[in-house]
Write a protein that binds this ligand. Sequence first.
Ligand code: UDP
Length: 222
Amino acid sequence: MLPLADLYAVYGASGCGRGVMPLARQQLAQAGIAPERLVFVDDAPGPVRVNGQRLLTYAQFLAEPAGQRHVVLAIANSAVREKLAARLIQEGVRPWTVHATNVVRMDEVVLGEGAILSPFVTLTSNIRIGRHFHANLYSYVEHDCVIGDFVTFAPGVKCNGNILVEDHAYIGAGAVIKQGVPGKPLVIGRGAIVGMGAVVTKSVLPGEVVVGNPAKPLQKKY
Ligand code: UDP
């Protein structure tokens, strides 16, 4: 008897997932894997197909006959990614990294499992990146950066050299982060949010929200 073929899923069929699906499709085509082995998974009810690909619930995905199952978590909310990543481990589902064909990856890049690297992303040299990283369109990570788990870069993020981005940080579209110093990186703290277009010249505390140029903590209005 032939072994069952593997099954691949883009988890999340909303904006993020629909942007990742074409990359996933292309990646599998290059590996000679049939397009029917690729599905969307989403917990919300939806149509039978989304952009030509079957849409399954997670339970249906697990019930579908398959060899190994592979999932890329295409959901921008990093807390949701963390919750779902734990579930995948429990079910023996493998985290899957999906990347555009034109991603540039230089020397000594350690990339954690389950990443999404969108078109025109560049990872230069001597970089360490944790699990389930999202680097959206045209983002770059320069030399000697360390990036934690479940970090999200919106499109066009410029993350210059010697920057430490801690777990669950979210960097908005077009933000620029100033280069740090070797041995004294600029730090974007755990769960911090950098607003779109911000120019970050100093470290950002964990959980802080910064906006503007130069980026400053967002004043809460009560
Ligand atoms: N979703 C899910 N399971 C969860 C949380 C979210 O399937 O536990 C799905 C949700 O139904 C939606 C998608 O993930 O289809 C998230 O889409 P959203 O528009 O919030 O943002 P995106 O991450 O696509 O930017």
